[in-house]
Design a protein around this ligand. Sequence first.
Ligand code: AHM
Ligand code: MG
Length: 342
Amino acid sequence: MVKHTATSVVTIERFIIEQERLHPEATGELSGILYDLALAAKMIANKVRSAGLADILGSAEQENVQGEVQQKLDVFANETIIKALDHGGRLCAMASEEEPDIIPIPEGFKCGKYVLLFDPLDGSSNIDVNVPVGTIFSVVRKITRGARGEMEDLLQPGRRQVAAGYVIYGSSTMLVYTTGQGAHGFTLDPSIGEFLLSHPDIKIPERGRYLSVNDSYENDWADPVKQLMRSYRGIGGVRKPLSVRYVGSLVADFHRNLLGGGVFCYPANRRSPNGKLRLLYEANPLAFVVEQAGGLATDGKQRIVDVNPTELHQRTPLFIGSRSEVEAASAMLAERPLTAAV
Ligand code: AHM
Ligand code: MG
C-alpha cells in the first residue's frame, strides 16, 4: 500500500488509482465501479442532509420484498445507485435489498464482468428522528459464461468478494471500503464535494469496548445466546463488562465498533429463526471490511463469508466486530443450536 502521511490530501479517486497500480493486470473496471459508488453516495448524502426540509419524509406507500414499508429516501437511494451504475459497462447485474429480483443491465448497454449487491439505505426507519443511516455494497466477479448476469453470479459466498464497503450518513458522511488490501475510510468534505482519505488502514481494537444488541428479544433467544450476552455484560466475572450502545442502525453501530472496538450482535430468535439481517447486502460486505481491519464475523456456526447463499434475500444471524468478542461468540454457540426451543 502507498503510505500517506496525516497531512497529505488524498482524494478517493487518487487513492483508488494508486491501489489499482498495485495490480498491473487491472483493467480499471473495478475502480470505475468504486468511483460510481462514491458519486452515488454524494448524491444520497445531499438528499439525506435535506431530508427534514424537502418534505421527503414518510412512506412511499410501497412495500419492499421483506414486507416493510419503504421510506421515500429508500426509493431515491435505490434509484440513484442503479442509475449511477447500470450503464457503465462494468456490471452484468445488480441486486438490491429493495428489489425482489435480479436487476438486469438495460438492453443496449454493455455488460461487464462484475456484479453489485447493495442495501441502498439501511436503517431508514431512523431517518425521521435524525439518526445516521447508511448504504452498504458488495462486489463479486461474474462466474457464468453468458453475456448477461444470472442468479448464480449473485449467489456467491462472501469470501469471493473483490470489493465491499459502506457509507455512513452521520454528522459527517464517510465512505469505508476494502478491495482486500486493508480497510480505508474517507470523509466527505462538503465544501468541495470530495471524499478525502481520513482513516487509512483501519484496525479494529482486538478487544471490544461496546456491545450492540437489541435485548428486547431476550425471551426469544436460545439459552447459549442468553449466556453469551450475560458474559459480555461481565455477569459471572469472567470478562470485563462491555458498555451497551445500540443505535438500531446497523451501519452506525458497526462503524462505532470498528473504530472504538466492540461487537454487534443480531442473533436468531424464536420469532426470527435466521435473525433479521441479510447475508448478501449487509453481513457479507461488513464481514469483508471487518476481517480486513483485523476483526471477525460469524453466524454463530461459521465465518459469515463461508456461508453459501441459496436465495437473494437470505437472512443470517450476525456476530461481528473485535476478534476477542466474536471468538467468544463462536466458542459459546458453535456446537449448540442457535434457535430457541419453542
Ligand atoms: P432495514 O434494512 O430494513 O433498515 O433493517 C435493518 C436494520 C439495521 O440497520 C438494524 O441493525 C436493525 O434493522 C435493527 O433491528 P431491530 O429494530 O430489530 O433491533
Ligand atoms: Mg438493511
